[in-house]
Design a protein around this ligand. Structure first.
Ligand code: ATP
Length: 220
């Protein structure tokens, strides 16, 4: 079953088109990775897919800028992954004094991403890679059928990135990510989508794409 479809749509900002006449569908169970040079339009496509999915499906999102609140603790940032599960009163009282069950649940996802000891630190005091893992922990805490992530492991080392992508794979049946590491992308994806000069250049299973075809995305 197809989760979302862009049917011959042009995506862009104001009058400027970034991707022209794109058609795109995401099926349940797929792990799609977008590849392409900086500025190719990966975020534009991810955001369009997110906007179409979000009204009808629970989507966990890891935005490129992480969208964290720096003054708040790691714990409170992660809790925000489930804000829309509760009413305003629950959220407000939980923000003031976090319920023990929520704290225990968040502690578990923080352990998974290697941030157990940082639970009470303010996000502004963390390194870039730690902040990125807070954004991942918030998505893990949210859960749901679909993960959308824009360069979600760009700030951690390759070993850690592999571990985190493995967690993404086991936690979310369907995922769509932008990644710049082709090796990681090949290992994670069931479908690789290459974007170049405002168009989808390829959309195929990793085993059906040669390294040369992928390298062509990044060539001058
Ligand atoms: N909010 C915006 N307003 C106007 N133009 C934008 C906006 N966001 C992105 N663009 C432009 O759209 C094009 C595609 O950007 P996009 O962020 O989708 O690329 P990307 O492939 O995700 O790049 P990167 O790998 O650097 O994140 C770029 O030319 C960019 O300048």
């Amino acid at each position: 079953m197809s989760l979302t479809i862009l049917d011959n749509e042009t995506l862009g900002y104001g009058r400027t088109a970034v991707l022209s006449e794109v058609s795109f569908a995401l099926a349940e169970g797929e792990r799609v990775v977008l590849l392409g040079r900086s500025g190719a339009g990966k975020s534009t496509l991810l955001n369009a897919v997110h906007d179409r999915l979000a009204p009808a499906h629970r989507v966990a999102l890891v935005p490129q800028d992480h969208a964290l609140v720096p003054q708040l603790s790691v714990l409170r940032n992660v809790l925000m992954g489930r804000l829309d599960d509760h009413g305003a009163l629950y959220n407000l009282t939980n923000l003031l004094r976090v319920r023990a069950g929520d704290r225990a649940g968040v502690a578990k996802v923080l352990e998974a991403v290697g941030l157990g000891p940082e639970i009470d630190r303010p996000v502004h005091a963390l390194s870039g890679g730690q902040r990125q893992r807070v954004a991942l922990a918030r998505a893990w805490w949210r859960g749901g059928p679909v993960l959308i992530g824009d360069e979600p492991v760009s700030a951690v080392d390759e070993t850690q990135a592999g571990v985190l992508l493995e967690q993404a794979r086991s936690r979310f049946p369907t995922a769509m990510l932008a990644l710049h590491d082709v090796g990681l992308a090949r290992r994670f994806a069931t479908r690789l989508v290459g974007i170049r000069r405002g168009a989808i250049l390829f959309d195929a299973a990793p085993e059906d794409l040669s390294d040369a075809e992928i390298a062509a995305l990044y060539a001058g």
